[in-house]
Design a protein around this ligand. Structure first.
Ligand code: AMP
Length: 278
């Protein structure tokens, strides 16, 4: 496995690849969720490139950029074991040199949910993904359903900008109790970790209500809210959303493909999760 840190090195490694290339962008501090993306890429492609870059431009000024967990040595060892071909881990100044001035701004879908609570977040995500896509020139890129809105945003960017890339979406990998795996789960103390399962429980409840024929989105949102509010360590709730799977516009009636998503704080830690229906 080759570890590259400059764009020049990465591009040179890419030029040596003859055959299909899959790309897995990450912010590192890898867990099983990331590795499932890697395994999907390994299965579908001759070569797999993984990037590890905690992208400063997608963090707000009051967010956790500085303390976001990092362990590049452990990450490299995990990726080596998976048979990854090239890891790209650039320092921030390699991606954003002085004078960097070009941004990818998607309208509409980025203004809701995560975008409403984290202004500028998707501008950073879309810009860095665009740069990474240009650097690695993969045929397929792998993203987790865990970040449902990110998937919608990246697919829209790829379509709107006619990028030569297939976006492959991989189902969310969960802990045995249902909590979605996330690098941010390490921020939780043991009590918060136990309490955080309420996210999954509320999504499970939503799916059950839907299976029994409930189609009133408002009724499902309130049932989820009531369940979460019973957990003293959960909250405030940033949002509970039942939205059109493509536009992420809120639904009043569940009469089409939908994403049920939520963001809840546990102390200083903000967790997100979602399911898709049907
Ligand atoms: P991150 O390092 O958090 O930016 O995540 C990198 C990629 O891994 C994104 O496409 C995430 O959606 C995906 N990912 C993170 N957690 C999970 C998970 N539990 N299951 C599946 N994919 C995940």
């Amino acid at each position: 496995m080759q570890v590259t840190r400059t764009i020049k090195e990465m591009k040179s490694a890419r030029r040596g690849m003859r055959g299909s290339v899959g790309f897995v962008p990450t912010m590192g501090y890898l867990h099983e969720g990331h590795l499932v993306l890697v395994r999907n890429s390994n299965r579908d492609n001759k070569f797999t490139i993984v990037s590890i870059f905690v992208n400063p431009t997608q963090f707000g000024p009051k967010e956790d950029f500085a303390k976001y967990p990092r362990d590049p040595d452990r990450d490299s060892a995990m990726l080596e074991k998976e048979g990854v071909d090239v890891v790209f881990m650039p320092p921030p100044e390699e991606m954003y040199p002085p004078g960097f001035n070009t941004w990818v701004d998607l309208e509409g879908v980025t203004e809701r949910l995560e975008g409403a609570v984290r202004p500028g977040h998707f501008r950073g995500v879309a810009t860095v993904c665009n740069k990474l896509f240009n650097i690695v020139e993969a045929r397929k890129a792998y993203f987790g359903q865990k970040d449902a809105q990110q998937v919608v945003v990246i697919k829209k960017m790829v379509k709107d900008l006619n990028m030569n890339l297939e976006v492959v979406v991989v189902p969310t990998v969960r802990e045995p109790d249902g909590l979605a795996m996330s690098s941010r789960n390490v921020y939780l103390n043991p009590e918060q970790r136990r309490a955080a399962v309420v996210l999954w429980q509320s999504l499970f409840l939503a799916r059950n209500l839907w299976s029994k024929g409930e189609r009133d989105a408002g009724a499902i949102r309130s049932a989820m809210r009531q369940l979460i509010e019973k957990e003293p360590l959960a909250g405030p709730i940033d949002y509970i959303s039942i939205a059109d799977a493509e536009t992420l516009a809120e639904l009043t009636t569940l009469d089409r493909s939908a994403v049920i998503s939520l963001a809840v704080r546990f102390g200083p830690t903000r967790l997100i999760d979602n399911i898709t229906l049907p």
